[in-house]
Design a protein around this ligand. Structure first.
Ligand SMILES: [Zn+2]
Length: 420
C-alpha cells in the first residue's frame, strides 16, 4: 500500500479568483495556528470560475506554492479541482492534489435495474430498523425505500468511480485527496440517504476523505445562511454520526469528514458547525470562495482615488450586465433589483459609503446584501479589465491584503474553528 496523502482534521477552502491573495489568505491560517488551531488551506477554483476569468489551474498552484514559500508555512496545503467532471478534469490533473468529483448531473438518472437489485442484496443491513449510534431513534426503511435511493444515486457514484480511477491512473494511488460533492442538487440528503450513498461509495472503492452533501436551507453566494439554524444543527450532527458509523461499517478512510460548500459567509451556522465538530471530535472542511474577491473590492474602495474608481466601475458594469452575470448563479443568489443603488448614485459615494454597503457586517445599517451579491458575481467585469485591475490590486496591495486576512480570520476561521 502506497502512502496516502491525507487531509488533516480542519481545513478551509479558499478562493483566489485573480491569484493575488494567496499570501493574505495563508496569513489568516497562520493567525489561527498562533491562536492554537491548525487549519489547512485548500485553494479551490472551479472549472466555471477558471472559464469566466480565463485562468488556468496551474496559476492557482503557482500562487499557492509562492505564498507557502514566502510565509514559511510548514504544514500541508492543497489545490482543489473544485466541481470537476470527466469532461473538465484534464487541465486540473497535474496542478491539483484535491479533487471535488461533482456528480450532480448523474443524480436522479435511473440506474440499471440489475445494479440496484445487486446493491439491495449486498446490503441487507440498510433495510428494516437501521440504528446509527448517536442518532436518537432507529430509522425504519424498507426495500422500496432503499431501491429508490439506490436508483437515484448509484449512477452518480459509478461516475465518481470513473473519475477517481482516471485520477489514480494519472496521478497514482494515494497522491491526492478525493471528495464527492452532491450539494448542487435539488433536495438535501437525509442521514439514511447519506448512509446508503456512503455504502455505495465504499462498494465502488473510492477512498473519499470528504463528502459534500446538500444541507437544508439556502446557501446563497457571499451572504448569510437563510433557513432554520436549529434544523441545520440537528442535520449536521446526524450527518457526523452517520459518517462516524459508515467509516467503521464500510471501511472508509478514518479521516472522512463533511465538506460544507458554504458559498462563503454563512455566519449564522458557524457556531453550530463548531459545536458539533467538538461534540463528535470530528473534522470538517469549509469551502469558501468569493468572499476574498469581495475583500479586494472593499480594499480598493477603502483606498480611495483610483482604487475607489475601479470599484465603482466594476459596479457600474455589473449593473449594466447583471442578467448575463447572474445567469450561471441563478439558483444561488437572491438579488432584489429594487434595492440596488443606481450606478449614478454609487458614482457619488465616498469610500466609507461603498465599503459599508459591501462589507458583510449585518449590524451596519448601510449593509446591502443585493449590492453585495451583484458584486459577488461581478468578478467577470474585473477579469475583462485585465491588467488594469491587476495593477490596481498591486498598487493597493497593503490595504487589500489587510482586508482579506482580517475577513478570513475574524469572520470565518475564528468562529468555525476556535468557536470565538
Ligand atoms: Zn459546491
Amino acid at each position: 500500500m502506497s502512502k496516502q496523502l491525507a487531509i488533516p482534521r480542519f481545513s478551509v477552502g479558499v478562493g483566489d479568483r485573480f491569484a493575488h491573495q494567496a499570501k493574505a489568505q495563508l496569513a489568516a491560517c497562520l493567525r489561527a495556528a498562533e491562536a492554537g488551531v491548525d487549519v489547512i488551506p485548500v485553494w479551490n477554483k472551479s472549472h466555471r470560475e477558471h472559464t469566466i476569468i480565463g485562468s488556468e489551474p496551474s496559476q492557482t498552484r503557482a500562487a499557492a506554492d509562492a505564498a507557502v514559500n514566502a510565509l514559511g508555512w510548514e504544514r500541508l496545503y492543497f489545490v482543489d479541482a473544485d466541481h470537476i467532471s470527466l469532461t473538465t478534469v484534464e487541465r486540473f490533473v497535474e496542478p491539483c492534489d484535491f479533487f471535488t468529483l461533482d456528480v450532480a448531473e448523474e443524480i436522479g438518472k435511473p440506474a440499471r435495474p440489475e445494479e440496484v437489485e445487486a446493491f439491495l442484496s449486498d446490503h441487507p443491513e440498510l433495510r428494516g430498523s437501521v440504528s446509527i449510534p448517536r442518532i436518537d431513534a432507529p430509522i425504519s426503511t424498507d426495500a422500496a425505500f432503499v431501491r429508490g435511493v439506490a436508483n437515484k444515486f448509484l449512477d452518480a457514484v459509478r461516475e465518481a468511480g470513473r473519475i477517481y480511477r482516471l485520477l489514480v491512473e494519472r496521478k497514482g494511488e494515494g497522491n491526492f485527496v478525493p471528495e464527492i460533492s452532491m450539494d448542487e442538487t435539488d433536495l438535501p440528503q437525509t442521514p439514511v440517504e447519506l448512509l446508503i450513498i456512503l455504502a455505495a461509495i465504499a462498494d465502488e472503492r473510492i477512498p473519499i476523505q470528504t463528502i459534500a452533501p446538500k444541507f437544508t436551507g439556502r446557501f446563497n453566494k457571499g451572504v448569510d445562511y437563510v433557513g432554520d439554524v436549529a434544523q441545520f444543527a440537528k442535520e449536521f450532527e446526524e450527518d457526523l454520526a452517520t459518517i462516524e458509523f459508515a467509516v467503521k461499517r464500510y471501511g472508509l478512510p478514518q479521516n472522512l469528514k463533511l465538506s460544507v460548500h458554504s458559498g462563503s459567509d454563512k455566519f449564522s451556522i458557524y457556531k453550530a458547525i463548531h459545536d458539533a465538530v467538538v461534540k463528535f471530535n470530528a473534522g470538517v472542511h469549509v469551502k469558501t470562495a468569493g468572499t476574498t474577491w469581495l475583500e479586494e473590492m472593499i480594499g480598493l474602495a477603502e483606498a480611495g482615488g483610483g482604487g475607489l474608481e475601479i470599484a465603482k466601475e466594476v459596479y457600474r458594469e455589473a449593473y449594466a450586465h447583471s442578467e448575463e452575470l447572474c445567469k450561471p448563479y441563478a439558483t444561488v443568489i437572491d438579488i432584489h433589483q429594487d434595492r440596488l443603488p443606481s450606478p449614478e448614485a454609487v458614482q457619488a459615494w465616498t469610500s466609507e459609503q461603498f465599503t459599508s454597503a459591501l462589507r458583510h457586517d449585518q449590524s451596519h445599517p448601510a449593509y446591502n446584501p443585493s449590492f453585495r451579491q451583484l458584486l459577488h458575481v461581478g468578478f467577470k467585469v474585473a477579469a475583462r479589465m485585465g491588467d488594469r485591475y491587476l495593477r490596481a490590486l498591486e498598487d493597493h496591495h497593503e490595504i487589500v491584503s489587510h482586508n482579506v486576512t482580517a475577513n478570513l480570520y475574524e469572520r470565518h476561521l475564528r468562529p468555525i474553528f476556535l468557536g470565538t
